[in-house]
Design a protein around this ligand. Structure first.
Ligand code: G16
Length: 553
């Protein structure tokens, strides 16, 4: 039943969302991302594509309007697939095509995709739409809705929500509420309910006895949606976890992610603005759409200590392994990282925890995909973006164990605890607040504060830098981004630089969310890591067409 798309698609585009940019735009690490004023027509077209994808999958699809960690003037769009995961990669090429054709070619590209996938055009489908707090988001969301309506889909507007909340709503809708209730209330209820269950027995003695855990946390909301939504948790968590919120400036003040937030803290390895300096107190920062989180503290000598995504991953993997051992159930557990993972964390995970590690390219879509190969897959990027996914077989085994009378009480309790942990976790995608609840649960269970957590291993000093070049696409990479293929000769130069440093490691890759090249370096000492990063950055600048000022220490 392939019907010709209706002419209104073009009329809508021509009159309300005409293509304004000549240069092509590409679906990057997490969708399209650029200056907000260049995105109106792209949003409209993603509304169209979302309806086509929904009809093809016969499922609800999500569209999230956000530029996450980027500056406030940027915006972007990510499509969410039926299980709440990122858009399947084979459709990214379609997204790019849709974004770049002329207005008068829209009808024909729609006809092309309908034909290619034999998409039934009669189904009534729902598209969940969410947006972050950027001032440009309401109008861009309206553009998405026009696209949805032009192809007779039904938009469901969730208003301002975090990215992981939108992913959760999509998963709930497509599982007929088995995953949870697809409302904000349903989300808070699920996460907080599980958290309170897990922490109930220790609620009274958490700050006493021989536990180092303190139920007080300073929270940097990056002046974004993470600041708004944490208030819902503050109310519901009460005394169990006392969250003090900082960086909750109003919408449109220009402060989003500015000198604060997870990306600022991780990239600069610095304490954010707006959070009071208190020695040895646990702090965390989320990013602009609350899908990433990092922890940190300042010690009594005013030294900054970062506990990033690698630390969170190791904490979680170690705890899951411990609990699994208590249940006596054999489930295969794996951990996924990217090249940004600190060498010391990888060594700790493989050698001390004896958990297998896989390394994939940057982008949650790659990590998530790989994690699904394990019965329990923990994945985290060093920047704090990650979660845990559990196969149905794993959940079933745990459920069976809770009612198995041949097991000991201890075994059954451990299985019960694991099932509750699954409910605290947002399995669809990295979720800063869900990750925070998980970390807090584990720290409390272990009687740890950040200092105990940090003692597990010592990070190798590392440095992240950005280099601006005329065209970042001249840099291409292979081997999970660890080897630079073009421009020719650059990798040899990088290798030569690395060989001068003890424990030296460095790689370069074009960012898929910002118009820059990222450089990562680590080495045995702080000074060496800094020097290696600067030297590699200079090579990139020289050999790949650097613009502006050359990189400096
Ligand atoms: C997005 C992706 C992350 C990625 C980050 C940086 O995060 O979801 O997986 O690590 O961009 O990507 P790149 O280095 O290509 O710029 P977010 O939080 O900005 O959506």
């Amino acid at each position: 039943s392939v019907r010709k798309p209706k002419r209104p698609v073009y009329a809508f585009a021509r009159e309300m969302h005409p293509k304004t940019e000549k240069a092509d735009i590409q679906y990057g690490t997490a969708g399209f991302r650029t200056k907000a004023n260049k995105l109106g027509y792209v949003m409209y077209r993603m509304g169209l594509l979302a309806v086509l994808r929904a009809r093809y999958k016969n499922a609800t699809i999500g569209v999230m309007i956000t530029a996450s960690h980027n500056p406030e003037a940027d915006n972007g769009v990510k499509l969410v697939d039926p299980h709440g995961e990122m858009l399947e990669q084979s459709w990214e090429a379609w997204a790019t095509k849709f974004a770049n054709v002329g207005d008068d070619q829209l009808e024909s590209i729609i006809a092309e995709i309908i034909k290619e996938y034999n998409i039934p055009m009669t189904e009534r489908v729902h598209i969940c739409i969410g947006k972050d707090t950027r001032p440009s988001s309401p109008s861009l969301s309206k553009s998405v809705m026009d696209g949805v309506l032009a192809l007779a889909g039904k938009p469901i507007d969730f208003g301002i929500v975090s990215t992981p909340q939108l992913h959760y709503f999509v998963a709930c809708k497509n599982t007929k509420h088995a995953y949870g209730i697809p409302t904000e209330e349903g989300y808070y209820h699920k996460l907080v309910g599980a958290f309170l269950k897990l922490n109930a027995d220790q609620r009274l003695n958490s700050s006493a006895g021989n536990s180092n855990y303190r139920n007080r946390l300073l929270y940097d909301g990056a002046n974004g949606v993470g600041a708004k939504k944490i208030k819902q948790f503050q109310e519901r968590l009460g005394e169990t976890l006392k969250i003090e919120l900082y960086n909750d400036e109003g919408i449109g003040t220009g402060k989003l992610n500015y000198l604060c937030g997870a990306d600022f803290v991780k990239s600069n390895q610095k304490f954010p603005n707006g959070v009071p300096l208190q020695h040895n107190v646990r702090c965390c920062s989320v990013d602009g759409d609350a899908d990433r989180i990092v922890y940190y503290f300042i010690d009594e000598d005013d030294k900054f200590h970062l506990l990033d995504g690698d630390r969170i991953a190791t904490l979680i993997a170690a705890y899951l392994k411990e609990l699994l051992e208590e249940t006596g159930i054999d489930l295969n557990l794996g951990l996924i990282q990217t090249a940004y993972a600190n060498g010391a964390s990888t060594e700790y995970i493989t050698q001390k925890l004896k958990v297998p590690v896989a390394c994939v390219s940057t982008g949650v879509k790659h990590l998530h995909h790989k994690a699904l190969e394990y019965e329990i897959g923990v994945y985290f990027e060093a920047n704090g973006h990650g979660t845990v996914v559990f196969q149905k077989t794993a959940k079933d085994k745990l459920k069976r164990a809770t009612g198995d009378s041949s097991l000991t009480d201890a075994q059954r309790n451990a299985a019960e605890r694991l099932l509750n942990l699954i409910d605290v976790i947002n399995e669809t995608v990295g979720d800063a607040i869900s990750d925070m609840l998980l970390v807090e649960t584990i720290l409390r269970a272990k009687g740890w504060d950040v200092q105990d957590w940090e003692a597990a291993y010592t990070d190798l000093p590392n440095r992240l830098m950005k280099v601006t070049i005329a065209n970042r696409n001249v840099i291409t990479t292979t081997n999970a981004e660890t080897i630079c293929v073009t421009p020719p000769g650059l990798q040899d130069e990088i290798n030569a630089l690395i060989s001068k440093f003890k424990k030296g490691r460095s790689f370069v890759r074009p960012s898929g969310t910002e118009d820059i090249v990222r450089v990562y370096a680590e080495a045995a000492t702080r000074e060496e890591a800094d020097t290696l990063a600067v030297e590699v950055s200079r090579k990139v600048y020289e050999m790949a067409g650097g613009i502006g000022n050359p990189p400096e220490v």
